[in-house]
Design a protein around this ligand. Structure first.
Ligand code: FES
Length: 162
């Protein structure tokens, strides 16, 4: 299924249960895609086909949504997504330093996932929080007025929790 990712029958069972649950509600596509990303770590074509059949939505519509939103991916992603804003306001306030430090700490480049599967690093466009520049995110949490020390500290905090 996903490259480098083993899809177990348990994962598939839990995914099908989520689809069946979502089918009963209006607007089942987004919650189903969120669940797929959460369970499989990515939403490859094979999974999109299942969603298409179960929800009766065309593959092209599903693929369009998956590729539009950065939180969805057709390739495996880490458990945590670290995003460093390289928009103008953040860049002039030193976000490249944050990106370089995170890249060094995790030993990965932009778009890559750490070997332990914990982190995927992304460089993002303006997140609409320029007043807090420079900004980075870890999953849904936004860190403003940041610097590389704050970023490394947050990563180490997550690593320590594992
Ligand atoms: S440029 Fe980074 S939040 Fe706007």
């Amino acid at each position: 299924m996903c490259n480098k990712l083993e899809v177990t029958p348990e994962m598939m069972d839990s995914f099908m249960a989520a689809i069946n649950e979502n089918k009963k509600k209006p607007g089942p596509l987004m919650p189903t895609l969120h669940k797929a990303q959460e369970i499989f770590g990515c939403i490859p074509l094979e999974i999109q086909k299942i969603i298409s059949k179960e929800l009766n939505i065309s593959i092209s519509t599903i693929n369009g949504v998956v590729t539009f939103y950065s939180r969805f991916s057709t390739e495996p992603k880490g458990k945590h997504i670290v995003g460093v804003c390289l928009g103008t306001a953040c860049y002039v306030r030193g976000s490249q330093d944050i990106l370089d430090a995170v890249s060094k700490e995790l030993e990965i480049g932009v778009g890559e996932t750490s070997k332990d599967g914990q982190f995927t690093l992304q460089a993002t466009r303006c997140l609409g929080a320029c007043g807090l520049a420079p900004v980075f995110t870890i999953d849904d949490e936004v860190f403003g007025n940041a610097n590389k020390d704050i970023a490394i500290e947050q990563l180490q905090k997550i690593e320590a929790e594992n």
